[in-house]
Design a protein around this ligand. Structure first.
Ligand SMILES: Cc1cc2nc3c(=O)[nH]c(=O)nc-3n(C[C@H](O)[C@H](O)[C@H](O)COP(=O)(O)OP(=O)(O)OC[C@H]3O[C@@H](n4cnc5c(N)ncnc54)[C@H](O)[C@@H]3O)c2cc1C
Length: 265
């Protein structure tokens, strides 16, 4: 066993969390990514600032044409919330497909966005829905937020407070799950809204990415047939023990067509 000790703080407010986040201290929300990383020593922060008790960040509400979800809303809350199911069913479906019940009861939207796992589901929805992510310091567009493998635009000490999703005309999500972890081998979120059609893949590359050829085709004709002849380049896709890049490219095409079918259903 590799010896390791850390200090644990339980923040009672966002302001207190900000104060405690000095040095290399790290936020702890649902712990569904950070705790496993600490157990394997892939992460070894000297201090944890637990924000999971901040109920003021666990809200879900509609505001005009937006759905606003607090960082501490759990995957279970999003999956089961009546407003989300009514206004943005694709997001409720996505949240209900994350991991298993234990992960969904603890894991949070903010933790998932901040972690930006290449196979996570929420980053695909955030980018496809052009979400605006509010932190304790500023607002960041999803287009600028996801910067690479487990990397985001967040700066040290920055805390996600909420994500604002503009309600689309229609949206759909489809994912091909790894049967063991339930993470996406490939997942595609399709949304048609004020910013046009956006098609985003997760699980396939180092970070979520848009599929511009598919977006152009769907702008002309929003239906699965529009994607029939569009191939996906496997050049930059992941290849690992779970799937080859070539297989992932194939899956992205299939998931995109299923996501469109789901958006039309
Ligand atoms: C068995 C298993 C299966 C899983 N399957 C899936 C899956 O199918 N799909 C999927 O998308 N995910 C999956 N996950 C990951 C899960 O969704 C996590 O809940 C999520 O990635 C992290 O959320 P969390 O609240 O647990 O964050 P934590 O683990 O507490 O934190 C993760 C990171 O985010 C930072 N952070 C947390 N909150 C904030 C905030 N408000 N502001 C800034 N930084 C913050 C932390 O400092 C840390 O770096 C799985 C996890 C497990 C253990």
């Amino acid at each position: 066993m590799i010896p390791y000790a850390f200090t644990y703080h339980r923040a009672k407010s966002v302001a207190e969390a900000e104060r405690l986040l000095g040095g290399e201290a790290q936020l702890l929300a649902g712990g569904q990514s950070l705790i496993p990383a600490m157990k394997t020593r892939l992460a070894a922060p000297p201090a944890l600032v637990d924000i999971s008790g901040l109920r003021e960040l666990a809200f879900i509400r509609s505001e005009g044409d937006d759905l606003v979800i607090g960082a501490n809303a759990t995957h279970f809350q999003v999956a089961s919330n009546a407003e989300v199911k009514r206004l943005l069913p694709a997001l409720a479906y996505l949240a209900g497909m994350i991991g298993d019940p234990a992960v969904r009861y603890r894991g949070t939207l903010g933790g998932s966005l901040a972690n930006n796992d290449p196979a996570a589901d929420y980053p695909a929805a955030a980018l496809a829905l052009a979400a605006r992510i509010k932190t304790n310091r500023r607002q960041i567009d999803a287009d600028d937020f996801f910067t690479g493998l487990f990397a985001t635009a967040l700066e040290p000490g920055e805390i996600i407070l909420e994500a604002r999703f503009a309600l689309p005309q229609r949206a759909g999500y489809a994912k091909f799950r790894n049967p063991a972890s339930r993470y996406a081998l490939a997942g595609v979120f399709v949304a048609q809204g004020k910013k046009g059609v956006r098609v985003v893949a997760t699980g396939a590359g180092a970070c979520v990415f848009r599929l511009s050829q598919m977006e152009r085709a769907l702008e002309k004709n929003f239906g699965p047939a529009a994607l029939a002849s569009i191939g996906v380049d496997d050049g930059a896709l992941n290849s690992d023990i779970h799937a080859s890049a070539e297989y992932r490219a194939h899956l992205v095409g299939v998931m995109a067509r299923r996501a469109v079918e789901s958006a039309l259903a």
